[in-house]
Design a protein around this ligand. Structure first.
Ligand code: ZN
Length: 243
């Protein structure tokens, strides 16, 4: 099975549509969470997920905040503004959809968790020590995460005590049979690894390989939509920097 793996779409419909049309043919879409929050088209992005039959779709911290299931006090002021705006855009149907999503699940032997397998809503896997602790909490050999908006992977080979952590580069293919992996495909809608292109990955479950991709999209179009929605300028600007 060929799987399009996406995360942190953050209501960036232009980026999401670019990914959907750039990705080679696939049998499934796995979405690692934070489909909404920050961006200008939350309803459209959720509709695209249902229309395209994405499953599983995880819930992330921003999704939860937008439906009132997470305290906004945990967010910085601009994220709070964006979250309140997003909340005003969502229909009862969208809320019900988001409420039913898990923050972590297992599919075909792969663990999917928005933040980390140890703490799926909040933990950021940013270094080798955190990755090592998370391998200890992980039943599967491969876990896909999101949340940091940085394309990366942690690997733990047989006999190794601590995990290694690496950036995941455009076009790079991981042989998932060689080690245990925690992989973050990066963010579709708000990359933060100084590469503003939308990030996604293609997973081949028969071959046991995962390939990372970056794709250009019309950043200015998303920025114009955000300006019209009066979303905070700092959130508009950061899309161009990939930060
Ligand atoms: Zn996010």
């Amino acid at each position: 099975m060929r799987v399009l793996v996406i995360s942190d779409v953050h209501a960036n419909q232009v980026a999401l549509e670019a990914v959907l049309s750039a990705a080679p043919s696939f049998d499934a879409i796995w979405n690692i969470g934070d489909t909404v929050g920050y961006g200008p088209r939350p309803s459209e992005c959720l509709d695209l997920m249902t229309d395209r039959g994405a499953a599983p779709v995880l819930v992330g911290n921003h999704d939860l905040a937008c439906i009132g299931d997470l305290d906004l006090a945990d967010f910085n002021p601009v994220a709070q503004i964006a979250s309140r705006w997003t909340s005003s855009q969502l229909t009862a149907e969208h809320r019900t959809y988001l409420k039913k999503l898990p923050a972590m699940t297992t599919v075909d032997g792969y663990t999917l968790a928005h933040g980390s397998p140890r703490a799926p809503i909040w933990e950021y896997v940013t270094n080798a020590a955190i990755a090592t602790d998370n391998f200890a909490c992980l039943d599967s050999d491969v876990c896909v995460i999101g949340h940091t908006h940085i394309a990366m992977y942690a690997s733990l080979r047989a006999g190794q005590a601590t995990a290694e952590i690496h950036r995941l580069r455009d076009g790079e293919t991981l042989d998932l049979l060689q080690a245990r992996y925690i992989v973050n495909p990066g963010s579709v809608g708000q990359p933060r690894d100084r590469d503003p292109r939308a990030a996604y990955a293609m997973l081949d479950t028969d071959q046991g390989t995962l390939t990372a991709h970056r794709i250009e999209y019309d950043i200015r179009a998303t920025q114009r939509q955000m300006a019209l929605a009066d979303l905070p300028e700092v959130l508009i600007d950061r899309l161009a920097w990939g930060m």
